[in-house]
Design a protein around this ligand. Structure first.
Ligand code: ATP
Ligand code: MG
Length: 473
């Protein structure tokens, strides 16, 4: 089969390879993505010889002073190439043969043939190569039937999957990540080998595991990946808090819903609306506090009181364990988890201005994301109920816009500051300042006074008087 390589870089590298008398190939992801018609600007080139020398020669052929990044200890080199208005990253490596020890994912590497190099790759669809030497330019080298697996949507290891996964257990995460990104099936033997090798995942660094987990979260339907993580029991090994969401308890003939599958529905719904990684993480974690707060009593049945508070408290530890950033992103996820019931409680009741203002005050700029999460959280099978919620949500959204225009609550700054109060009454920091500020804030949020300085000032004077404070002259 012929592959149409349009980027002129392939001819340039091919010519240099011919001059050096070595065989060279485009390999791996770039070949796979070519057939999938996926956008890809990372090109991996393998040559049967020195990858570093081929990189240097190719760069020199483009321009005499072109910069090449050389990683001597890895035997790799790379440069950037501009074509078609895009920045392409070209990576060079010599064909290699790998062997592994039990305690590390770092292989012992020797020079090898192109077959050796294809053997060490993780899946048949990632093991295809395309020749770029002049005489065979564009010819596909596909020893494991990668093309047919690609057509049938199948992930399968080139060699014995038990060896492939035991050698480098990160490949188990990659299998599930590709299944989720591409909506592919993992072939039965490959799947069983993942289940058998789950314990090996612990030799992989958490950063690398989380890189793959994030790709699952960002895939078109994250539930595909999470279900596979659960089925293989990898989820229990890398993210036990989420695994604990699964299961249904029944007492006195009453059952609660399975919070794992419910969470996956919510994550998929959010994924339809947003590509934001952190909003998607908020969806993953929104009910994470449910197992810890689950109670049963004959009157109310199953309850999860306070699960949003408990859940928000769990975020930091989960982010720490997964090596996710402990910065504003984490705060944002905590906030969304903490507030995820608020719009729905509001929509259950009468939608009052005061409640909407308070929601806007607490959510600030994240209000739209919170509304997206909350709408996604409505997964009831009862269509009438769903319609009523969604109608009330429309009303909430409408009021949010109206009140925001009128009252500017989103980034609320107190119209009278603590400093104002202290200088007006000649006092040092004390309890009274908090009382006055809270009263003013509540009055604004309840719509009793408008959000402006004059009204707030009048109110400050009134409350101060009732507290026995007098202004200094
Ligand atoms: P993406 O770029 O979408 O993350 P990719 O498959 O291109 O996916 P890269 O990390 O760019 O992933 O790797 C390029 C190629 O290197 C792969 O297609 C595969 O052939 C090989 N490869 C990468 N990681 C592994 C691994 N852990 N085990 C075996 N082969 C691997
Ligand atoms: Mg790649």
């Amino acid at each position: 089969m012929e592959v149409e390589l349009t980027n002129p870089i392939y001819r340039i590298i091919g010519q240099e390879a011919d001059r050096m008398g070595v065989r060279a190939f485009a390999v791996g992801g770039v070949v796979r993505d070519y057939f999938l018609k996926r956008h890809c600007t990372d090109i991996d080139v393998v040559c049967v010889g020195s990858g570093i020398e081929l990189a240097k020669a190719s760069a020199a052929a483009i321009s005499p002073h072109k910069e090449v990044a050389v990683f001597k200890s890895f035997g790799t080199a790379s440069f950037h190439y501009h074509h078609d208005g895009q920045d392409w990253q070209i990576e060079f490596v010599g064909a290699r043969k790998e062997s592994y020890r039990a305690d590390s994912r770092k292989p012992i590497v020797e020079n090898g043939t192109i077959e050796d190099d294809q053997n060490r790759r993780d899946f048949t669809i990632n093991a295809m190569a395309v020749s770029i030497n002049e005489d065979t330019f564009g010819q596909l080298v596909d020893p494991f039937g990668g093309i047919s697996d690609l057509h049938n949507g199948i992930l399968r290891t080139p060699l014995d999957p038990d060896i492939t996964f035991s050698d480098d257990p990160l490949r188990m995460m990659r299998a599930i990540r590709f299944a989720s990104q591409l909506n592919f099936e993992i072939e039965a033997k490959t799947f069983e080998a993942i289940s058998r090798n789950v314990d090996r995942i612990h030799i992989v660094s958490r950063e690398r595991i989380t890189t793959e987990l994030n790709k699952i979260v960002l895939s078109p339907r994250p539930s595909v990946g999470f279900k596979l993580l659960m089925k293989t029991r990898l989820l229990q090994a890398i993210f036990p808090e989420m695994a604990r969401l699964k299961g249904v308890d029944t007492r006195e003939g009453r059952s609660h819903k399975d919070n794992f599958y419910h969470t996956l529905d919510v994550v998929d719904h959010v994924a339809e609306q947003s590509d934001d990684l952190w909003l998607r993480w908020a969806a993953v974690l929104h009910d994470i506090g449910k197992p810890a707060t689950k109670r049963f009593d004959s009157k109310q049945g199953w309850t999860f009181h306070g699960h949003e508070v408990k859940g928000a408290k769990m975020v930091k530890k989960i982010f720490t364990n997964l090596r996710l950033p402990l910065d504003g992103k984490m705060k944002y996820v905590e906030k969304l988890v903490q507030l995820h019931l608020r719009p729905i409680i509001l929509a259950e009741d009468e939608v009052t201005d005061s409640a909407v203002r308070r929601l806007l005050f607490d959510a600030g700029d994240d209000i739209d994301d919170l509304m997206t999460l909350c709408e996604a959280d409505i997964t009831s099978k009862n269509e009438i109920k769903v319609k009523r919620y969604l109608d009330n949500f429309k009303l909430v959204r409408q009021k949010l816009v109206e009140l925001e225009e009128k009252d500017r609550i989103r980034n609320f700054q107190p119209p009278v500051s603590g400093e104002d109060i202290m200088t007006t009454f000649g006092i040092k920091p004390c309890r009274e300042i908090g009382i006055i500020k809270d009263a003013i804030k509540d009055a604004i949020l309840d719509g009793k006074i408008p959000n402006d300085r004059e009204s707030a000032w009048t109110m400050m004077m009134e409350i101060a008087e009732s507290l026995g404070l007098t202004p200094v002259k």
